[in-house]
Design a protein around this ligand. Structure first.
Ligand code: MEV
Length: 429
């Protein structure tokens, strides 16, 4: 793909967009068919994925455009029901690309497995024994999942903590051991769970306690991905608002989220508006990503913003995000769901690390989209214009009528299904 900047994509028909994609990404017949097939995920496949299946459930599936990340072009598949999210991400990505694009990185990608041990006769002694036998435990965990070792991954580290040692209740005294695993391109939940379950008997022997829980931690703070953008103010000019005004408005908005959890939750929800659709489109576990992201936003003892926005010495707006990303590009639904497989190939993603970085960049873009709107016209103006299309459809508009009715709803400042029904009746006469 030469550029993710596809002008006029918004105004094309769905068929024209698919044809363009097919051409730009040299999609196979099967991929193209999956895109246009409402039953891409067959009920048969779904029946093998979860229990009690009665059908499949669909979401709108669109493309975030204009993303330039570390010099590479990305079109970003997004599965989401909320109007204006895809448009806003693409709008901000366009601004950021003019400023040189997003810069992203990840220092390491290790997933964490936890083992809880209770009832140790001497918790400190048990901890020391674990540390002494660290190599044996790490090797045993690797042996429980040899295929990851042959793929170049495996256990990289191990540590142990004693919690609540001085509590009177024996329920709360515990030893918690972590293994840190390079899961290569897998999210690795099954791998980690297999490892921690299989080494539990050795841990019991070493600690003389009783192993209780053995499970992956979704607080993937050894799998952090970061993204940054630096935007000169002239690129932020919006209507009658000067770029400097928009920049300062965004920073004020960030400080609000950083200082007040009531605002931080909404601010972060806006970030997840960008993150979840990509996580879903690529067949990843969005509950895991959500849980980890919110916990990370509270790592300093209070729930704060997932992003930071500031001004550098040249007066540029500087945005940064850092989040744990427990995602993968192999395993789970990533290759089972035909549209997840499609999403990964359209993004031309080569590793889970790369996907994690794209996801946080989209989160950062989405956050700026929301803050820029909030700091200027407010979000309703753009939001209602897009929402009016859904309302027009709910009111019975079809085909070319949709745009006409949506426009009338906005002009008459009454974006209600009842009003749409009235206008549809008038249109038909
Ligand atoms: C709406 O889905 C998301 C926003 O509320 C985010 C925000 O307030 O920052 C617009």
């Amino acid at each position: 793909m030469t550029s993710s900047r596809i002008s006029g994509f918004y105004n094309m028909t769905v068929e024209e967009r698919r044809a363009l994609l097919r051409e730009a990404f040299t999609l196979t017949d099967a991929e193209t068919q999956n895109l246009s097939n409402a039953d891409a995920l067959t009920v048969g496949k779904a029946d093998n994925m979860i229990e009690n299946v009665i059908g499949t459930y669909q979401l709108p599936f669109g493309l975030g455009l204009n993303f330039l990340i570390n010099g590479k072009e990305y079109v970003v598949p997004m599965a989401i029901e909320e109007a204006s999210v895809v448009a806003s991400a693409s709008h901000i990505a366009k601004i950021v690309r003019e400023a040189g694009g997003f810069r992203t990185e990840s220092k390491e990608r290790l997933m964490i497995g936890q083992i809880q041990v209770v009832g140790c006769p001497d918790f400190q002694e048990a901890k020391q024994q674990i540390l002494r036998q660290k190599d044996i435990l790490m090797k045993a965990a690797d042996n429980a999942y040899p295929s990851i070792v042959s793929r170049g991954g495996g256990v990289r580290d191990l540590d142990v903590r004693v919690l609540n040692e001085n509590d009177a209740s024996s329920y709360s005294k515990m030893l918690v051991m972590h293994i840190y695993v390079d899961t290569c391109d897998a999210m690795g939940a099954n791998m980690i769970n297999t490892m921690v379950e299989s080494i539990a008997p050795i841990v019991e022997e070493i600690t003389k306690g009783k192993v209780h829980l053995r499970i992956l931690s979704n607080y993937a703070d050894r799998s952090l991905a970061t993204a940054k953008c630096v935007i000169p103010p002239h690129l932020l000019k919006t209507g009658s608002f000067a770029g400097e005004e928009v920049r300062d408005g965004v920073i004020h908005a960030y400080e609000f989220a950083a200082s007040d959890p009531y605002r931080a939750v909404t601010h972060n929800k806006g970030i997840m508006n960008g993150i979840d659709p990509v996580v879903i489109a690529t067949g990843n576990d969005w509950r895991a990503v959500e849980a980890g992201a919110h916990a990370y936003a509270a790592r300093n003892g209070h729930y704060g913003s997932m992003t930071t926005w500031s001004k550098d010495e040249e007066g540029n707006l500087v945005g940064e995000i850092e989040l744990p990303m427990s995602i993968g590009t192999v395993g789970g639904a990533t290759r089972v769901h035909p549209l997840a497989d499609f999403s990964l190939s359209v993004m031309q993603i080569e590793s889970a690390e790369e996907l994690a970085q794209v996801i946080v960049a989209v989160g950062l873009a989405q956050n700026l989209g929301a803050l820029k709107a909030l700091a200027t016209d407010g979000i309703q103006k753009g939001h209602m214009a897009l929402h009016s299309r859904s309302v027009a459809i709910a009111g019975g508009a079809t085909g070319e009528m949709i745009d006409v009715i949506a426009k009338q709803l906005v002009e008459q400042q009454e974006i209600r299904v009842g009003k749409a029904k009235e206008l549809v009746e008038q249109y038909k006469q």
